[in-house]
Design a protein around this ligand. Structure first.
Ligand SMILES: Cc1cc2nc3c(=O)[nH]c(=O)nc-3n(C[C@H](O)[C@H](O)[C@H](O)COP(=O)(O)OP(=O)(O)OC[C@H]3O[C@@H](n4cnc5c(N)ncnc54)[C@H](O)[C@@H]3O)c2cc1C
Length: 408
């Protein structure tokens, strides 16, 4: 193992693995330790609710690096190892087996955990969550056998699982307390497009209703009861009601924590030797001029390397336009920006919404704040440039497919 300074990464995650890769790419020749509580080496989660869930993608395709990469790059990968505490005064992390590892710089990439459905019957068999590869394998097997599936929550995970369940021939009901799908992430306009797509594929939505109880027999779930008193038969319940950043270690260590670990634009926490990236980081975003905690793949992919450069003392201002993607049935999309309700005043479209080939733009005061390209490709750079510019645009040109996005 190399000597020199020790850079330790908590969370053998996408962000953590990409940070380790960047440290070596940038010539860091000290010790790198990547600690993860899962038994798997770092992998990507998006396939877990898509092809991998349906058994269409091989396990080898989900990993961030080949198995031999860690040893070949002198990255000490400790799997099945839970970090239990950060001892800041001793500059060391403590592990579940009682041992400790000292660090010169520490990166926190522990991700997030599914929010639990806290209702009577919530721990019955057949009630499932989706975060890990193992969750995906078990859910995939359960979907293959299930008849009636109730999905709690019409967010990204709920809807992607709904699409997979329909593909497996299950009857699917999605229960969501909000009045529409994906409301908090993309607002009602495009949320309705996704709801319509799912309805066209036979999904039933129960908006404005919450699951308040799960009933079962023989320890297994048999029905979901909603706030209107409806009892929905279910042999499988999938809970997708959001994720909570894994902040326990940071909180215990006295770092500044609020909806994630607070970091500056250089991804540095309130302790200058400790950094955070990925789902756990609530980072000041120089372009948006506010803190954002982005739970998306691209933020882990790019945030890990940015944190690594920052740890090496390089000037870093992490200002990537947030980006995420989703695939559901025949709809594949990419979204740039954060089109949350309250942050835009208008949605306009370029292209054909009926044939699901269009770009939706969210605007605030005449400037583009977000864009979603649906089955239209190679436009994200142009959309990001529009968002980045912050300038007012002419709606007629923005919505005219004959005007190049670069000339809007
Ligand atoms: C099913 C699913 C589908 C998704 N689909 C999409 C998509 O289509 N598009 C998109 O943009 N994003 C998607 N995402 C989001 C994306 O996968 C996440 O944003 C990304 O995985 C975050 O990566 P991360 O590096 O922050 O941490 P994670 O991937 O969450 O990894 C964190 C790791 O740290 C470990 N850990 C936590 N605490 C400790 C500890 N104390 N000690 C040791 N290890 C610890 C965890 O066990 C975990 O292995 C999806 C997420 C899920 C769950």
């Amino acid at each position: 193992m190399p000597g020199g300074p020790a850079y330790v990464i908590v969370g053998a995650s996408l962000a953590g693995a990409k940070a380790a890769e960047t440290l070596r790419d940038e010539g860091f020749d000290g010790t790198i330790v990547l600690v993860g509580e899962e038994m798997e080496r770092p992998y990507e989660r998006p396939p877990l609710s898509k092809d991998y869930l349906l058994g269409k993608a091989a396990k080898s395709s989900i990993y961030v690096h080949e198995e031999g990469w860690y040893a070949a790059h002198d990255v000490d990968l400790l799997l099945g190892t839970t970090v239990t505490a950060i001892d800041r005064s001793g500059s060391r992390i403590e592990l579940a087996d009682g041992s400790a590892i000292t660090y010169d710089r520490l990166l926190l990439t522990p991700g997030a955990s599914p929010r639990r459905l806290d209702v009577p019957g919530g721990d019955l068999g057949g009630v499932r969550y989706l975060r890990t590869a193992g969750d995906s394998e078990r859910l995939g097997a359960a979907l293959a056998d299930a008849g009636q599936v109730v999905i709690v929550g019409a967010g990204w995970i709920g809807l992607e699982v709904a699409a997979a369940a329909r593909e497996q021939g299950c009857e699917v009901t999605v229960v969501e307390p909000e009045p529409g799908a994906l409301l908090r992430s993309i607002g009602p306009e495009m949320g309705e497009t996704f709801a319509d797509l799912h309805r066209a594929h036979g999904v039933t939505f129960r908006f404005g209703e919450a699951v308040i109880e799960l009933r079962g027999s023989g320890g297994r779930v048999a029905a979901a009861v909603t706030s209107t008193g409806a009892e929905l038969p279910a042999d499988l319940v999938v809970v997708g009601i959001g994720a909570m950043p894994n902040t326990a270690l940071a909180t215990l260590a006295g770092l500044e924590v609020e909806n994630g670990v607070i970091v500056d634009a250089a991804l540095r926490t309130s302790d200058e030797a400790i950094y955070a990236a990925g789902d756990v980081a609530n980072a000041f975003h120089p372009l948006l001029r506010r803190r954002v905690r982005v739970e998306h793949w691209a933020n882990a992919l790019n945030g890990g390397p940015a944190a690594a450069r920052s740890m090496l003392g390089q000037q870093v201002s992490y200002d990537r336009v947030p980006y995420f993607y989703s695939d559901q049935y025949e709809l594949s999309m990419e979204t740039c920006g954060l089109p949350e309700p309250g942050r835009y005043d208008q949605v306009v479209y370029r292209g054909n919404r009926e044939s699901l080939e269009f770009i939706a733009f969210w605007l605030a005061d005449g400037a583009v704040v977000a864009g979603m390209n649906v089955n239209v490709w190679d436009v994200t750079d142009d959309i990001q440039a529009l968002i980045r510019s912050g300038r007012q645009v002419e709606i007629a040109r923005l919505t005219d497919p004959d005007v190049p996005l670069t000339d809007v």
